[in-house]
Design a binder for this molecule. Structure first.
Ligand code: KIV
Length: 263
């Protein structure tokens, strides 16, 4: 097990784990100063590509963005999402995870659990590829958004699923949009850390889509807190640029690469 993963595991019941998504070097470089985990998520489908579903993200997309993010990440644990269809069976999952790892030099991959694919986690871990699980609302498998674990039956199912993921060898697990008491039970049951998104503070850490918290995505359900309004800042800057180009005050002499010809 790598030192970075050991560090994440040691945080359980002590320090909260801070995680965010990144899709490019420039963002990753800033996030790396503050995050324990940086995820190259297939949420890039909605956030970057304007697609309706994460199903359309390909291995090529994930690898290109993963390689860019790798260049900005030094300290955080770099986790890369396996796209839908890239881990249908253990053999295919192993081949694709090894390819992602080779091309991006990531520290781990994340796969969404569909309550049947624990053998895939086992195969990847056996092949020395650390895996982060993901349960609750899993967009690759559930098309209709709903809070998961809202009754005892559902909550017990989630707890069992989480235990199977832990037993299969995952080092951490994302809990997406899980009812708070269920999230708390999962966190208290597992030895590995839980990373929540829309699943209350009863998790060992939190993850958000960076563009959402910066006010760039236009997607703000209740579980997201907007920490900045970058849309407003960008709008103001671009408006000023547009007006200066039109008035011919940009570029000014200061922006010329040379002021007069040398010959
Ligand atoms: O794709 C993603 O960004 C994710 C997070 C929301 C956990 O899976």
């Amino acid at each position: 097990m790598s030192d970075k993963i050991k560090k994440i595991l040691l945080k359980k019941d002590k320090d909260k784990i801070v995680s965010l998504t990144a899709y490019s070097k420039s963002f990753a470089k800033i996030l790396d100063k503050h995050c324990d985990i940086i995820l190259v998520g297939d949420s890039m489908a909605n956030v970057l590509y304007g697609l309706n579903s994460t199903d359309e993200i390909t291995l090529t997309n994930i690898i290109e963005h993963g390689s860019s993010v790798r260049k900005g990440v030094k300290n955080s644990l770099l986790v890369i999402d396996m796209p839908k269809g890239s881990y249908n069976n253990p053999k295919q999952a192993k081949k694709n995870a090894q390819y992602i790892k080779k091309k991006t030099n990531c520290d781990a991959v994340k796969i969404e659990s569909n309550s049947k694919n624990f053998n895939i986690i086992r195969e990847l871990v056996k092949s020395k590829i650390p895996v982060m699980g993901h349960i609750g609302f899993t967009p690759q498998f559930k098309k209709k958004f709903k809070v998961e674990g809202n009754n005892k039956n559902e909550a017990n199912k989630l707890i069992n699923e989480a235990k199977l993921i832990e037993n299969a060898g995952a080092f951490a697990i994302v809990l997406e949009c899980i009812e708070p008491i269920a999230a708390q039970s999962i966190t208290e049951t597992l030895k590995i850390p839980t990373i929540g998104i829309g699943s209350s503070s009863y998790c060992d850490g939190q993850i958000l889509v960076t563009d959402d918290l910066l006010g760039l995505s236009g997607f703000y359900p209740k579980f997201i807190k907007k920490y900045a309004k970058l849309d407003v800042i960008i709008d103001k800057a671009v408006k000023k640029y547009s007006s200066e180009v039109k008035k011919k005050s940009f570029p000014s002499k200061k922006n010329f690469l040379y002021e007069k010809r040398t010959k």
